[in-house]
Structure formats: C-alpha cells, structure tokens
Unconditional design. Structure first.
Length: 239
C-alpha cells in the first residue's frame, strides 16, 4: 500500500511527523505515536533492526535526563541522585523523539524508491540536480553501512580486539573512520566520473522512464495529513 502513495506525499508526511514529534509534549501521546511507528515498521517489513547502538543511545538519553534534569515530585531517592516525575517525563519525551525520528526515516527509506522520489519532485518543478541529491543520499547510506561491516570484519580477521567500554568505542571510531573515508571518496570519484561521462546537467529537463505525477488524490491526501496534524496538536494541548 505504501508503495502506491506518491513519494512527495510520503516526504511531506515525514516532515510533518518530525515536526509533530517536537511539538508533542504529552507523554501518553508520544508513547502512542512510538508504538504506531513500530507497528508500521513491522507491517511494511522495513529493513533495519533496532541494534545495540540505537537501544544504547535511547537508554543513554533517558538516563541523562533522569540524572541531570531533576524536576517536580520526587519518586525515588537513590542517594547519588533523585528520580523525579519531571525527569522521567523529560526522559521519555526526548528519548521517544529520537527513536521516532529514526523509525520514521527507516519507514520512509524502506518504502520509497529513490528514482520515484526524483521523478515526483521533478514533476513538481524541482530541478533534477537537487532531486538527484536525495537519490545519492538514499543509495549511499546502505552502501556505507555495508562498507563499515566489511571494515570491521577485516579488523577482526587481523586480530584487532576492541573493548566494549568508552575507550574501546573511541578506538573503534578512530580505526574505522579512515578506511571508511577512503572508501567513500573512491565511490564519490567514481560516481562523479560516471555522471560527467553521461553528460549529467547538460539539459535543463530530464525525462524518466516511469514518470510519477502528482494527482488530485495525492493533493487530497496531503490536505488530510495537515488536518490530522492540526487535530493531534489540538489534542496535545488538551492533555
């Protein structure tokens, strides 16, 4: 179903969703929104799992608010710091916002073909030079993830052992950044040469094999998205 929606509409939904995440200050609404995103991700079978890095960041954000932002009624006194109602709410809100942005991005990328997004944006008058930037970003993200996995596997084969503490994390970043940067620059140079050889940018307009047009149904769906956002914001103000 998501594949049949205009990519521009999905991009608008992503932007509005990100805006609503920061406007919502109701813990109950944000938790409901996060659960809805998790269900959508599972329903569309979007690739990308909640790995240890994502879970660690979410927990770290929550704990940072719990420790350093004590506000409101004291719920638990742990001697070193006090767990307050305000710190728990702030932790849920900020960690939930981060998790929501990550999940929404996964859903958008997993249900949108880059070429369709470029075609839809070009139909609305966006110069294809700029729409092509989105294609590059969406295409290269999984490639760099694959390259990172190759670099880490090569380091393990060579006997590199990295501890799982903060110092080990810093070493891991230092040892993986340089080879990953070399790989990225090599792919960028190859892409630039290929684009130049194919005459990219020679003509003002670009044709597409399967053009994606913005229909009246897409306009109605966009209006409904804005109405839904206004309704959610109004409901958030009441809670």
């Amino acid at each position: 179903m998501a594949d049949k929606i205009n990519p521009v509409v999905k991009l608008i939904a992503l932007v509005l969703g990100a805006l609503m995440v920061f406007l919502i200050d109701s813990v109950l609404m944000l938790i409901s929104f996060v659960l809805l995103l998790v269900v959508l991700k599972a329903f569309y079978k979007v690739k990308g799992r909640f790995g240890r890095g994502i879970v660690f960041l979410v927990i770290a954000i929550f704990l940072a608010q719990l420790i350093f932002v004590p506000e409101g009624q004291v719920l638990l006194d742990l001697r070193l710091f006090e767990v307050t109602l305000g710190s728990v709410e702030n932790g849920i809100l900020i960690a939930g916002r981060f998790f929501s942005l990550i999940t929404m991005s996964w859903i958008f990328v997993g249900t949108t073909e880059p070429r369709d997004l470029s075609s839809a944006l070009s139909y609305l008058g966006v110069p294809y030079r700029y729409s092509f930037l989105l294609i590059i970003a969406m295409r290269f993200a999984p490639i760099f993830q694959f390259e990172l996995s190759n670099v880490q596997d090569a380091q393990k084969i060579r006997g590199l052992k990295i501890d799982k503490d903060i110092r080990g994390l810093i070493r891991s970043v230092r040892y993986t950044t340089t080879p990953l940067l070399y790989s990225a620059m090599s792919k960028v140079n190859t892409l630039a040469s290929s684009m130049e050889g194919r005459g990219f940018g020679m003509y003002k307009k670009k044709t597409f094999l399967h053009p994606i047009r913005f229909t009246s149904w897409d306009a109605v769906l966009t209006v409904l998205l804005f109405i839904l956002c206004f309704e959610l914001y109004y409901l958030n103000q009441l809670l």
